[in-house]
Design a protein around this ligand. Structure first.
Ligand code: PMP
Length: 360
């Protein structure tokens, strides 16, 4: 068996221990005589799987009792619609535009009411996080929306915006469980699983109970109401059962590692290895303002398109996969999520050093 170092932005690398365990349990999950893929979501065995997944997630994030955890489908993109459909009371949302995903959410909200762009970093290709200490928050805003870690551009909010008393809604897809988070500061958090916690097909929503309303936008389909899923404990219909099972294994892996404080330290170490190299390299440069750098997604360029392409080609041949930057930005991007081992980043940097020597 030969595994590559996979720097994909998502779906992304998963812990090998988790994959091995899943492989061991594939034919016969704990004496049930079947795979979790073949199992009724109403069975006792599955009930234990989903309940443990929720309990472990609550433990990891110290989720307060007045928040519900939902395991949904439709990807993070479906949340771009569910958020305004369910949270609009005045029909107004204030959005901070820090990249394509925030912009898509903002555009989606416009289908259901008024979306205001209260700050943006579009002027410098989203290479920084705007000052969010004193924003022109709308008086009638139902919420303030951020994309906390910008997967494509490699920026991260290090301090949350002053929402002036409004509810904060955040897309944490690409930094979920990479470090501790104070859930009580948010009204709603959502994250697609396919970066840090599991396979594609699961989206996790953490929502304060008082925001789960009956009186949502009139046309909201049953499946797009948070209340539907909260009342049924994520089992209103068939959930993404196998994906939730893998997420549950990743939560246990994180707990065994020492939880999110321990994970954060490892993530800081990995990011420092890469950023320190980029900061002294004469060939490679990071594209993000230093204070706003993400621990998860690290975009970099040589400044020469041909050299970038050569790097992507040679790195692939050397066993480093998916280092090509997002099609909208070009250059390279290394996504170094939780499951990327320190060794993977060390080897990447060593490869970059050699490449630099060879091509200067
Ligand atoms: N938000 C962020 C921050 C993302 O990185 C992505 C996808 N890569 C999305 C939303 C969209 O996720 P999905 O494909 O699950 O709809």
């Amino acid at each position: 068996m030969s595994r590559v170092y996979n720097f994909s932005a998502g779906p992304a690398v998963l812990p090998e221990e988790v994959l091995k365990e899943a492989a061991d349990e594939m034919m016969d999950y704990k004496g049930t005589g079947m795979s979790v893929m073949e199992m009724s979501h109403r069975s006792k065995a599955y009930e234990t799987i989903i309940n443990e997944a929720e309990a472990d997630l609550r433990d990891l994030l110290s989720i307060p009792d007045n928040y519900k955890v939902l395991f949904l489908q439709g990807g993070a993109s479906q949340q771009f619609a569910m958020v305004p459909m369910n949270l609009f009371q005045n029909g107004v949302g204030d959005y901070i535009i820090t990249g394509q995903w925030a912009k898509k959410a903002y555009q989606e909200a416009k289908l259901y009411g008024t979306a205001n762009a209260v700050a943006s970093s579009a002027d410098k290709t989203f290479s920084y996080i705007p000052d969010v200490s004193d924003l022109p928050i709308s008086e009638d805003a139902d919420y303030v929306y951020i994309c906390e870690n910008n997967t494509i551009y490699g920026t991260k909010f290090k301090t949350l915006p002053d929402t002036k008393g409004k509810i904060l809604v955040a897309d944490l897809s690409s930094c979920f469980l990479s470090e501790p988070v104070d859930v009580s500061k948010y009204g709603l958090i959502f994250a697609g699983a396919q970066k840090n916690v599991g396979p594609a097909g699961v989206v996790i929503v953490i929502i304060r109970e008082d925001l789960i309303r009956e009186d949502v936008l009139k046309e909201t389909p049953t499946m797009l109401r948070y209340k539907t899923h909260a009342d049924a404990k994520s089992l209103y219909n068939t959930p993404p059962a196998y994906g939730i099972y893998i997420c549950g294994k990743v939560f246990k892996w994180l707990k065994n590692l020492g939880g999110l404080e321990a994970m954060k330290k490892i993530n800081e170490k990995k990011a420092a290895i890469l950023y320190d190299f980029l900061d002294q390299s004469k060939m490679f440069h990071g594209t993000v303002v230093e204070k706003d750098r993400s621990l998860m997604n690290v975009p970099f360029v040589t400044g020469n398109d041909e050299l970038d392409a050569l790097f992507v080609k040679e790195s692939k041949a050397a066993g480093f996969e998916n280092l090509k930057g997002h099609r909208s930005v070009g250059g390279m991007r290394a996504s170094i999520y939780n499951a990327m081992p320190v060794e993977g980043v060390e080897k990447l940097v060593s490869f970059m050093k050699d490449f630099e020597e060879k091509h200067t």
